[in-house]
Design a protein around this ligand. Structure first.
Ligand code: SAT
Ligand code: MN
Length: 570
């Protein structure tokens, strides 16, 4: 029952009009026009600052099709429960119709969605994050092949908030949140949850992965895709300024969050980025950790829940020293306590990808880029070494399936708790995860030259509790080792979990790491891994008989190798 309906065309004029309206009603706060032209601050409701996984449902007719790792409601129950929350929700408000393309507008791999929303903030974000408006309607033409998404802010109360996915109907309903992944329905809801279910049926993959190109001194670019849980550094890795630039190694960005991957006509795995922007975590972002994004953030950017300086600039913890005098917190208050952060830990920027100096010339390539390496990574203080390589595709799928990571502020709930997060898809897989593992195994067989599969951990800590690895731009050294493995010029030590670099095979010049630190970074402790293996077994039990047999076999083989090898074999 909206009082007004706006069909969004994605034009500059429309964007300006919406921004003016939001400035008038307080949804947007303007920033310093000199240093941050066309940039805005949005403060969300303090109870609506992250994805709410407990309120996110996969609504399939059979419960087992959602699987043991998803919340489930039957489609009938879900609709009966949530329809009343939508009834009259837009009374007196404007309803926006937002058509968008996920993927390059001329790519055979792209898909169309239409989001209906009563949030102008969502419209402004969707315009940065996707190819929105006229271009999408033109591609759609008379076709009915699009994913409808219904969104309303509702009353923003968590007990009246639901993020519902109907993979059988390819439909999304979201009510009660205006935040990121809950409300920008093209992102996690379509591009991951609905798309993963579509991809399984259609023989492709929708993954929670960044896509980057590593250029070598000869100018050749090797593409890699990497899965890390939310707020574990995908954006920073994808946009990195390489510490080995002097030696001719550069990183080019294709995407920072989602990869859609198809088997190309040449038998390679081709990846496109369905998105056109970055919705990245602000805290910790600075000139050292991500100089490219710092460059990009100074125009046409929406900041959400960051702090505001007295000169009208955005600020967050980790930007530069301590909070400047006169700062206003993300809640719009003056900073009273020294312990409470000024910016919310999950505060974000929404910035057009095209503004990054690191953007690849293949960013909009309709055929995507050929992927030579897949990388899994978590945030682990212990156990997982800096990097290891799987033996083959099946072993690599096993490695992805047993991934674990410490939780972050990207979702509501406790932070720092280790949880199993297979392929970084735990919150994003739109169907039974056991079937998802089976789909991964099947995809390998369709590829002529399946990518090598690696696991990395930038977050290992020493006995003093400090990170052992410097991370950020130095991570290129690990990417270079992968490239050298692919090109068969780097050595590795075979261990129970996979191939670990020999210290000599890593390019570490210019880094002042002691040989002891390097040994600790690469160490595979059979006792710690035996414990890890038990945790894997517990996790696997959830899936019962549905878990693919090859993964059971890989798990048993790991146990056997762990028992044999307290000492690594050469
Ligand atoms: O809020 S989002 O889901 O878009 C960000 C994230 O958690 O990755
Ligand atoms: Mn993400």
């Amino acid at each position: 029952m909206p009082s007004k309906i706006v069909w969004c065309d994605g034009s500059e004029q429309e964007n300006e009009r919406l921004a003016e309206e939001m400035l008038r009603d307080g949804t947007f706060i303007s920033l310093n026009e000199q240093t941050y032209p066309s940039c805005y601050l949005h403060r969300s409701n303090p109870n609506d600052v992250a994805r709410t996984e407990g309120l996110t449902f996969i609504c399939t007719s059979q419960k087992t099709d959602a699987g043991p790792t998803n919340n489930w409601m039957s489609p009938e129950e879900a609709k009966a429960k949530v329809r009343p929350l939508f009834e009259g929700a837009m009374k007196g408000r404007t309803m926006y119709v937002v058509p968008y393309i996920l993927g390059p507008s001329d790519s055979p791999y792209s898909k169309i969605g239409v989001e209906i929303t009563d949030s102008a903030y969502v419209v402004a974000n969707m315009r940065i994050m996707s190819r929105m408006g006229k271009v999408a309607l033109e591609r759609l033409g008379n076709s009915e092949d699009f994913v409808p998404g219904l969104h309303s802010l509702g009353d923003l109360q968590p007990d009246r908030r639901f993020i519902l996915h109907f993979p059988e109907e390819k439909l999304i309903w979201s009510v009660g949140s205006g935040y990121g992944g809950n409300a920008l329905l093209g992102k996690k809801c379509f591009a991951l949850r609905i798309a993963s279910a579509m991809a399984r049926g259609q023989g492709w993959m929708a993954e929670h992965m960044l896509i980057l190109g590593l250029e070598d001194p000869s100018g050749k670019v090797t593409y890699m895709a990497a899965a890390f849980p939310s707020a574990c550094g995908k954006t920073n890795l994808a946009m990195m300024v390489s510490a080995l630039e002097g030696q001719g190694y550069r990183v080019w960005t294709i995407g920072d969050d989602i990869a859609w991957m198809h088997v190309g006509s040449d038998g390679t795995l081709r990846a496109i980025n369905p998105e056109t922007g970055f919705f990245g975590v602000a805290p910790g972002t600075n000139e050292r950790t991500n100089p490219n994004i710092m460059d990009a953030l100074h125009k046409n950017t929406i900041f959400t829940n960051v702090a505001l300086t007295s000169s009208g600039e955005p600020w967050w913890e980790g930007l530069n020293g301590t909070a400047p005098k006169g700062i206003t917190t993300w809640k719009g208050e003056s900073l009273s306590s020294k312990t409470a952060p000024a910016a919310h830990p999950n505060s974000r920027y929404t910035v057009p990808a095209s503004q990054s100096p690191s953007i690849s010339s293949h960013f909009g390539d309709p055929q995507g880029v050929p992927i030579s390496a897949l990388i899994f990574g978590g945030r682990r203080a212990m156990v997982a070494p800096l990097v290891y390589e799987s033996q083959n595709w099946q072993h690599g799928v096993f490695v992805g399936s047993i991934m674990a990571s410490e939780t972050t502020a990207a979702a509501t709930g406790a932070v720092g708790v280790t949880r199993r997060d297979p392929m970084a898809m735990l919150p994003f897989c739109g169907y039974n995860m056991a079937d998802y593992f089976a789909h991964w195994l099947e995809m390998g067989a369709k590829l002529k030259n399946p990518p090598r599969i690696y696991h990395v951990n930038w977050f290992r800590r020493g006995e003093d509790g400090k990170f052992l690895w410097p991370g950020y731009g130095e991570n290129v050294r690990v990417l270079k080792w992968m490239l050298d493995r692919i090109e068969r010029r780097a050595d590795a030590t075979e261990t129970a979990i996979g191939n670990v670099p020999t210290p000599e095979s890593l390019t570490l010049d210019g880094l002042s790491l002691s040989s002891q630190t390097i040994r600790e970074l690469l160490r595979v402790d059979p006792n710690a891994w035996a414990e890890e293996s038990q945790a894997m077994g517990k996790f696997y039990e959830k899936f019962g008989k549905r878990l693919p047999e090859p993964l059971h076999q890989e798990h048993q083989a790991l146990d056997a190798r762990l028992q044999q090898s307290s000492i690594p074999v050469k």
